[in-house]
Write a protein that binds this ligand. Structure first.
Ligand code: XMP
Length: 599
């Protein structure tokens, strides 16, 4: 029986809380607000997650009053903090300023839940509403500049509320806060480890698959490879078949590299299929990222069906295996109450139908990338495979921005007033990218800053701009222009730029140069992922490349990486030498408010 019960009210980070507790060697379980009342037996502590709702929304999740009479310690995080305040007689209002990302926390009382943390800490926030009056019996124990009640406690009842997210890795003191709650307040004991988890996963696979076989579509990425090997170990290799589909959205030479790795591992039960034409046709003339993602997801399924038919696989004997990990599920808005951020290719409607029919096996679906890597290591997979940078299923298709109409960069008074004292110019680009703000998806304009200041200044400006300037969620600055005479005032977003083989080849060339440069400078291990994006912004006749190196541990939050400026200067100079590239940009936005991928 798990000791900590996590109430999922739809937050992006609910499973991350569970995972942080597992890291402490304590088993945890997730329930919904509807089932909470029936799951309290033997529970030593309850954590209410964050979520996209406002406590005043008529259909927002609630905690039944009986939970408060169970005398179990409760920690509310973000929405959970607001819900505690609302339920117990405090007041919640929309905040004057929204806060997304890094914030400085001032601790007023570091006893109990905040024990052992410093008076000033960097924490991560992502919220619109805030608590403005604590309930009777509660004390305010921490504040931020924009949020006077950033943490509250009632030590008699053992109820605690945090507006910030202790579970995200970028809240550096977060693990201390969670440890305080789990061990000091709830008095849990250690009952979980990775070896036991692998045995549990294998037993689950055997139970779910029964006498059937499993067909996996392997991409060469960490998730599908680990899922494939776990199944091969659980069921025996003769009951697991792999198919590698070349979508045309792969990186340069990727197919050859993957083939070589699988062969070196001695896996001969893998078929290779070139479906690039099918995929390109499916997205022809489409600019909207969600439409692109759905078309690609459906094409995956069409190809899967035809492969199963070609191989003569009867559906009653076979299951479809997928390497889905938790962030794919949560950001596709498939967890209860969670908001759609982007539809991952393995979470489209047709797959959901197969899931409902019990035909899909997803052994890693509640885990995070670094846990999947740990499992891969424990299964003896080679280091270069396990440590590979993550690459999204839809591949370069989500890194190649499309456009329908001709538009131009626009000046904006609010932007200029923030950046002018640094001698910078700023423009809004009518190119939209995806973000995650207050647990909701945002699709907003990109902000472009001129060259001239150091990276940390750009980083500080990015937070200010996004918190203060409406309808923005991502900030980039200029690293290099093909020629210094090319003027941004004359830039054009070219019309009718869609996913074509020529544009994808151009992106492949730029992406390959970045990858090789990073490896040559021995910087691959310094970044968690390095998306390279092509956008139809033209200064002369070419397009623009944006660099998005990030630091993360689980993809749920991310910081833009600060690579050495001399490295970036040389890399961007070389990128500008590629025919068809006019401009190179650097993305200085964290997640939240922006997502890692642009689409
Ligand atoms: P975002 O852009 O949502 O990305 O911050 C989080 C992580 O997920 C990867 N990603 C995907 N992976 N299918 C996948 O398998 C997808 O559709 C997809 N979209 C994003 C992304 O590269 C990052 O590591």
């Amino acid at each position: 029986m798990s000791q900590i019960l996590i109430v999922n009210v739809g937050g992006q980070y609910c499973h991350l809380i569970a995972r942080r507790i597992r890291e402490l060697g304590v088993q945890s379980r997730i329930c919904t607000s509807e089932t909470l009342e029936n799951e309290l037996a033997e529970v030593k502590g309850i954590i209410i997650s964050g979520g996209p709702s406002s406590v005043y929304d008529p259909d927002s999740p609630v905690v039944p009053p009986s939970v408060f009479s169970a005398k179990i310690p409760i920690l509310g995080i973000c929405y959970g903090h607001q819900l505690l305040a609302h339920n117990l007689g405090g007041t919640v209002r929309p905040g004057k300023l929204r806060e997304y990302g890094e914030t400085s926390l001032t601790v007023i009382d570091n006893d109990s839940i905040l024990c052992g943390i410093r008076k000033n800490e960097i924490v991560w926030m992502s919220h619109g509403d805030e608590v403005v009056k604590v309930p009777p019996g509660f004390q305010v124990i921490a504040r931020t500049e924009n949020c006077p009640i950033a943490a509250m406690s009632n030590t008699d009842q053992k109820y605690f509320g945090l507006q910030f997210h202790p579970e995200v890795s970028h809240t550096l003191c977060g693990s201390i806060v969670i440890k305080n709650f789990v061990f000091n307040i709830c008095k849990c004991s250690k009952d979980w480890d990775m070896g036991g988890e692998i045995l549990r996963l294998k037993a689950d696979i055997q139970k779910q698959v029964g006498q059937r076989k499993v067909l996996f579509f392997v991409s060469g990425g960490v998730d599908s490879t680990v899922a494939f090997s776990l199944c091969a170990e659980a069921l025996g290799p003769e009951r697991v078949l792999g198919v590698f589909v070349d979508t045309g959205f792969m990186r340069k030479d990727e197919r050859e590299e993957i083939e070589a790795t699988f062969l070196a591992k001695g896996w001969h039960n893998i078929h290779y299929i070139d479906a690039s034409k099918t995929f390109l046709e499916a997205v022809s003339g489409i600019a909207d990222p969600e439409k692109k993602r759905k078309r690609i997801g459906n094409s995956f399924l069409d190809v899967q069906r035809s492969v199963m038919k070609q191989l003569g696989l009867g559906s009653s004997d076979w299951m479809l295996g997928q390497g889905t990990i938790y962030p794919d599920t949560i950001e596709s808005g498939k967890a209860k109450f969670a908001s759609l951020i982007k539809t991952h290719h393995n979470r489209v409607e047709l797959i959901d139908n197969l899931i409902r029919q019990g035909l899909v096996l997803e052994p890693l679906k509640s885990l995070y990338k670094d846990e999947v890597r740990d499992i891969g290591r424990a299964l003896g997979l080679p280091g270069d495979m396990v440590n590979k940078h993550p690459f999204p299923g839809p591949g370069l298709s989500v890194r190649c921005l499309c456009s329908e109409e001709e538009t131009r960069p626009k000046s904006d008074h609010a932007l200029s007033s923030i950046v002018s004292r640094y001698g910078l110019k700023a423009w809004r680009l009518p190119l939209f990218t995806v973000g995650v703000q207050g647990d909701y998806r945002s699709y907003r304009e990109l902000v472009l800053l001129s060259e001239g200041v150091e990276l940390p200044v750009y980083s500080m400006l990015a937070s200010q701009i996004i918190n203060k300037v409406a309808q923005t969620n991502r900030v980039v600055f200029i690293l290099a222009r093909k020629s210094p005479h090319l003027n941004i005032e004359n830039a054009i977003i070219r019309p009718n730029r869609f996913l074509t083989m020529d544009r994808l080849d151009l992106l492949r060339e730029a992406d390959d140069l970045c990858r090789k440069f990073l490896e040559a400078a021995d910087l691959s291990g310094e970044v968690w992922q390095f998306p390279v994006i092509l956008l139809p912004l033209s200064l002369e006749s070419g397009e623009t490349i944006a660099l998005r190196p990030i630091l993360s541990s689980d993809a749920m939050t991310a910081k833009h990486a600060e690579l050495p400026m001399d490295f970036l200067a040389e890399l961007s100079r070389r990128l500008c030498e590629i025919k068809g590239i006019d401009l190179v940009l650097y993305d200085v936005t964290n997640k939240p408010p922006a997502t890692i991928e642009w689409e």
